[in-house]
Design a protein around this ligand. Sequence first.
Ligand code: SF4
Length: 372
Amino acid sequence: MAAAEPLTLFDVDPPATPMPTNALLQVRRIYAEPAALTIPRGRQVLGRFPGAEVVEVPSHWQIPELHGNEGLVDRWVRVKTETLVLGVRKGLATRPNGRSANFIAPGLANGCAMACVYCYVPRRKGFANPITVFTNIEQITGHLRRHVARQGPKTEPDQCDRDSWVYDIGENSDCSVDALVSDNVADLVATFRDLPTAKASFATKYVNRGLLELDPAGRTRIRFSLMPDDDARVLDVRTSRIADRIAAVDDFVAAGYEVHLNLSPVVLREGWEQDWGRLLDRLDDELGPAAKSQAAAEVILLTHNEALHEVNLGWHPTAERLLWRPDLQEPKRSQNGQDNVRYRADVKRAAVARVRDLVARRAPWLRMRYAF
Ligand code: SF4
């Protein structure tokens, strides 16, 4: 399907404040559903990137020149830098979860400007995975308010939280980067600020200090993802450095966020135990008492995917030497029919026990919410 004629910025509102220069996002082209351009949030995004060409598309899921274009693989990172998609989220379903969060909220975005090699978000997106921003944020926040109200108070603690229903708001994106693109994240933080029985939660690998201004009042949990720096330098492409993420923890706690730590993914390789031990020592040395007293962790061993492995070989084969380990892994057909691989059950069991032991000895203040 051919793309429609580009719009010019004369077709939309005058630009709002452009986004300050950021190497992650040098947006040159914005694919937009026409309906997304009629919503103020869509126009806000255009205003942040006033030099971008706007191309109308019938659906944010149907952009053959992006998702179906195998030739884009070797421009994987550049597409994330130079492209955004604006869409209107149709389905507003909140799904039960029970592991990291009680519920998965309908996302405010899908896709990411960062490029972690193991990321599961592109698994259904073919050959490109730039950020799609959903512009109907008022429908999303209204849906969430109603869903929270229907739950009533949480009467029994669980691994997600002692007394609040936890909603993951960033299943398919990184909210810290989404907050550079629009005010969607600010609106969600403000929504949960006023919901005393619920909490928003999202994992992040990016330190966006702009979030420190949002006054979450303890109702948003940020989970900084951490791994040994040697792994992150190969696998966490375009993310904030591990040292910066650790250095941010105390500041986010002081700003009113609950801050948890995602120790993930744990990638098994020669020397992994020593390096994870050193990371835990560093957390013990560098985090302040306020951060430690509220901290909790999730531990997740790597899961990979055959189709993503093939895509990654096209742009980052070095990383696949760490991730693709047929000698340690076994296939697993996921619930949605994807051919994933994970560490063999015996290998995984031993590794999870080892991580638990490392945490207990090196960072005993770090409560484990779950490990798998
Ligand atoms: S930061 Fe998260 S969403 Fe973004 S590429 Fe990495 S794993 Fe995927």
